[in-house]
Design a protein around this ligand. Structure first.
Ligand code: PLP
Length: 381
């Protein structure tokens, strides 16, 4: 029985052209990009090329791309790097940010900053009234993700950025879960900084970027040789950066086709799930096309994913990075979903290789497992 992967928001498989682009840099082209000889120059050129590919995907100039070890580092670089430069005031972040934004923001609260969590509606969209209320207080930093990793709900980043700019705050967006799924345009979003990650777009793990508006100054997290315009010292991970560039080019080339295909498959799965009585979180809001977040009343999400795994389907309970944590999803609680419903949450996230047949087989498996678990619960009461 082949395993069917529906957990692309956790990570994606490496695309074949990405692997092809990386392989020479894992074999013969091992130069240090700072070296002045032929091998070094080849590595430097490859990084320059990747920088152009990533810049093109989000509509910026190549020098605005600062390569990092991934999304987590880029988010930390922005929040900690901005806090070093700005005078402490308020930092406003949405209540549904990934822990790699939420935690560094909480850390600032211990360094003289005031942390303000922006409320979301029942559909998981940041509440603009709460943004307006928050910005009545002097604010240095605002960070709101482009799309949520659990619900897939797209956030009104450009509108928030307009208000943040009017309040003289620096606006950042974590676009990790939006990239490759919808068009992500740095200029159109009007932000000062944006976080990207390669492994969510069929690139390698351990590569990402912070896109920066050159008019702001950030302090680096790492001091050293001054790589990446002084913002990220350390010998560049050339194969990973090359892979990120290739993944960015691939994402740009197939964005519309992939989005249309995902949207159709998601509609198919959601129709089946609602017929079986599932609730779909964030369904009333605009969402990235590959994500569906659902629950069956009275059925534990963790149990459901384990049973589905046994039948050969990979889905996630809440955010993958926090699945060791038995607490219900903070995102769902922020949306005002009752904890007993939130405990049932299962995240289904489609990717390029999924087919309608995969979805139909998944629905059959869900039906079978849900019926069995419902019987067990009925027998227990
Ligand atoms: N931001 C969001 C919204 C994510 O979903 C993730 C990964 O799950 C990250 C940041 C972290 O990115 P990385 O795994 O590259 O550190």
């Amino acid at each position: 029985m082949a395993f069917v992967y529906f957990d692309h928001n956790a990570t994606t498989p490496l695309a074949e052209p990405v692997l092809d682009a990386m392989l020479p840099f894992l074999r013969d082209q091992y130069g240090n990009a700072s070296s002045r000889h032929d091998l070094g120059i080849t590595a430097r050129r490859a990084i320059d090329n990747a920088r152009e590919q990533v810049a093109a995907l989000v509509n910026v100039r190549p020098p605005q791309v600062v390569f990092t070890s991934g999304g987590t580092e880029a988010n930390n670089l922005f929040i900690k790097g901005a806090a070093e430069i700005l005078k402490p005031s308020q930092i406003a972040v949405s209540a549904i940010e990934h822990p790699c934004v939420a935690k560094p923001s909480e850390a600032l609260a211990r360094k003289g900053w005031t942390l303000r969590k922006l409320a979301v509606t029942r559909d998981g969209v940041v509440d603009m009234n709460d943004v307006d209320a928050a910005l009545q207080t002097p604010t240095g930093i605002v960070s709101v993700m482009t799309a949520n990793n659990e619900t897939g709900v797209i956030q009104p980043v450009a509108e928030i950025a307009e208000r943040a700019r009017a309040a003289k705050a620096w606006m950042h967006t974590d676009a990790v879960q939006a990239l490759g799924k919808i068009a992500v345009d740095f200029e159109a979003l009007n932000v000062h900084a944006m976080t990207l990650s390669a492994h969510k777009i069929y690139g390698p793990k351990g590569a990402g970027a912070l896109i920066v508006d050159k008019r702001i100054e950030l302090a680096p997290l790492l001091a050293g040789g001054g790589h990446e315009h002084g913002l990220r010292s350390g010998t560049e991970n050339v194969p990973a950066i090359v892979g990120f560039g290739a993944a960015a080019e691939l994402a740009a080339s197939r964005l519309d086709e992939l989005a249309a295909r995902m949207e159709k498959l998601r509609a198919r799965v959601e129709q089946g799930l609602t017929q079986m009585g599932a609730v779909i979180f964030g369904a009333g809001a605009a969402r990235v096309p590959n994500t569906s977040y659902f629950a069956f009343k009275g059925i534990d999400g963790e149990t459901l994913i384990i049973e589905l795994d046994k039948l050969g389907f990979g889905v996630a309970a809440g955010a993958a990075c926090s699945s060791a944590n038995p607490e219900p999803s903070a995102t769902l609680l922020a949306m005002g979903i009752a904890p007993e419903i939130a405990r049932g949450a299962v995240r289904f996230s489609l990717g390029a290789a999924n087919t309608a047949q995969n979805v139909d087989e998944f629905l059959v498996a869900v039906k079978q497992v849900v019926a069995r678990l419902k019987n067990l619960t009925a027998m227990a009461v």
